[in-house]
Ligand binder design. Structure first.
Ligand SMILES: Nc1ncnc2c1ncn2[C@@H]1O[C@H](COP(=O)(O)OP(=O)(O)O)[C@@H](O)[C@H]1O
Ligand SMILES: [Mg+2]
Length: 252
């Protein structure tokens, strides 16, 4: 079976590489060991589904991948750069440029038009007003909402709101799209429409990581990562067990 180390060697400089990542939350008297040594390697254009029971550490893992939080120990290399050595400022910049986040509950600003909502990451990135408008419109077009730019989130359906959230995640052209149960609050048909968007993004070269409880959703991914009690479960589906093709020049 290809270990994560083998996978890393094959990928050269991987986009995402976690080495023995541990996350301990300090919850008053007790410490919560949310991640207990997670190693993972993923390249550009990958599509991962993260599955596992509630409380197993999925969201914690997503927060670390998205630089919203840092490991207690172990290391996260993002495009070869160790995240632990980045200053807060650099971390915020990297998060803004490289990562797009989509949440289960959409997290839109209720009083701002959807165009404004989508523009927000560009505002933080210091993009000029004219360019912000243009790129936000383009991102809304990609999710089929070009004609709703002036609407408020409350005037849209759940599926449309999630599409706005995806447009907001896309607008910076991030290399990584992280989606934490993005279809969890949607009916099946609407969820399927959202998944089509993620499929398209992956085909366009984005790395997509999606947390889901739904096997149907996970079926869209190239790899399923099962996480139980803060650890990645061993054993991949049989079709992923085959050894990777030997890289040219590597010892046989
Ligand atoms: N900010 C936090 N402070 C303390 N404990 C937390 C915090 N966030 C998550 N946890 C705990 O860490 C564990 C993993 O949580 P989480 O990553 O949200 O799991 P999942 O997304 O798989 O349901 C749980 O026991 C949860 O209660
Ligand atoms: Mg969660």
């Amino acid at each position: 079976m290809a270990s994560e180390a083998d996978r890393a060697a094959d990928l050269g400089e991987a986009l995402i590489r976690l080495d023995e990542v541990v996350k301990v939350y300090d919850a008053g008297e007790t410490a919560v060991h949310a991640l207990r040594g997670v190693s993972l390697v993923s390249g550009a254009g990958d599509y991962l589904a993260i599955m596992g029971p509630s409380g197993s550490g999925k969201s914690t893992l997503m927060h670390i991948l998205g630089c919203l939080d840092v490991p207690t120990s172990g290391e996260y290399y993002l495009a070869g750069e160790p995240v632990s050595r980045m200053s807060r400022r650099t971390l915020a910049k990297v998060r803004n440029r490289r990562v797009g986040f989509v949440f289960q509950t959409f997290n839109l600003l209720p009083r701002a038009s959807i165009l404004r909502n989508v523009e927000l990451p560009l505002l933080y990135a210091g993009v000029s007003r004219v360019e912000r408008r243009e790129r936000a419109r383009e991102a809304l077009g990609m999710v089929g909402l070009a004609d709703r730019a002036k609407s408020l989130p409350s005037q849209l359906s759940g599926g449309q709101r999630q599409r706005v959230a995806i447009a907001r995640a896309l607008v910076n052209k991030p290399s990584i799209i992280l989606a934490d149960e993005p279809t969890g609050n949607l009916d099946q048909k609407t969820g399927a429409e959202i998944l089509e968007i993620f499929d398209r993004l992956q085909q366009e070269g984005h790395t997509v990581v999606i947390v889901t409880h739904d096997n149907g959703v996970a079926a869209h991914a190239k790899r399923v990562i099962r996480i139980v009690d803060g650890l990645i479960e061993n054993g991949r589906p049989a079709h992923l067990e085959a050894p990777p093709p030997t890289a040219e020049g590597a010892p046989a």
